[in-house]
Design a protein around this ligand. Structure first.
Ligand SMILES: C[S@@+](CC[C@H](N)C(=O)[O-])C[C@H]1O[C@@H](n2cnc3c(N)ncnc32)[C@H](O)[C@@H]1O
Length: 262
């Protein structure tokens, strides 16, 4: 450490870790630093130390901090053709075999992803008793997710017959119907800190790791693999590739779908 700004930022990272369990060192350093520095400036403060005092005493500012360090952009059926593949190659056949599935949407943001899963599953087999867990580090976004109300933009890729069956329009907003909402369990969880539940048939972790440092990403994929049942699938984002996937114990039955071998 050779300058006051660096010392200030290092102390800030330690404070955040102590307060929330969020280890900012596990994110891409330059991007994270730039984003957070922007927050300090916007608050008209001179240092990270002053900014930490602010978010300590004002819950609104804390929420604002979380909002900015996580990026919550999402929509239902993001990359629709991949969702079709998910249904046809995996979920459909599994449901046909009568399996009760355990599915985890990790980094679920506004809930668009778990509700997309819930729609597919209910449509394949109404009333099937699967377990659908959806987690995110951001508590505020989870509240929004539980409400399940979306803009026209967020639902534009929902297939028409799902739209009719599972969404209700009111004043230009689209609400996920209550039975579907009840099919999803939402919970706060930090992928870079908390223990994982195991025995998942499917883990959906898309557009979450973009800001994770390479080491953190590799460790995460290793842990996600361990959390799958043998043959289980990890579904990643449309711009994401797992490096050294073979070494980590994955196969690729289809692009963006990683299968746990053995
Ligand atoms: C861009 S959204 C992706 C939402 C959805 N998976 C999709 O693909 O549309 C990224 C989400 O990851 C969450 N996130 C970021 N870091 C996380 C962490 N360490 N643990 C859990 N969730 C995290 C953010 O809060 C945000 O809601």
């Amino acid at each position: 450490l050779n300058n006051p700004t660096e010392i200030d930022y290092e102390a800030f990272k330690r404070n955040i870790l102590r307060k929330s369990g969020i280890d900012l060192n596990l994110y891409r350093q330059e991007q994270m630093y730039r984003r957070l520095k922007g927050l300090v400036e916007r608050a008209h403060l001179q240092s990270f130390a002053a900014y930490f005092r602010l978010i300590e005493k004002d819950p609104k500012e804390w929420t604002n901090f979380l909002d900015r360090m996580t990026i919550n952009v999402s929509e239902l059926f993001r990359n629709p053709e991949k969702w079709e593949q998910l249904r046809d190659a995996f979920l459909g056949p599994w449901v046909k075999q009568g399996r009760k599935l355990r599915i985890w949407s990790a980094g679920c943001s506004i809930g668009a992803e778990p509700y997309s899963l819930a729609m597919i599953l209910d449509d394949l087999c109404p009333g099937g008793r699967h377990y659908l867990l959806a987690t995110d580090i951001d508590e505020k976004i989870l509240e929004q997710a539980r409400e399940g109300v979306y803009t026209q933009e967020a639902i534009k890729h929902v297939p028409a017959h799902y739209r009719q069956k599972y969404l209700r329009e009111s004043g230009g907003r689209y609400e996920v119907l209550p039975p579907l909402r009840l099919a999803v369990t939402f919970r706060k969880h930090n992928l870079l800190g908390d223990p994982f539940e195991t025995n998942w048939d499917l883990i959906v972790c898309r557009n979450v790791v973009i800001y994770f440092a390479d080491e953190a990403k590799k460790r995460l994929y290793t842990r996600l693999r361990e959390a799958l049942v043998p043959g289980g699938i990890l579904f990643v984002g449309g711009t994401e590739r797992i490096q050294y996937y073979r070494e980590l114990g994955f196969d690729i039955p289809l692009p963006f779908f990683y299968q746990r071998v053995d």
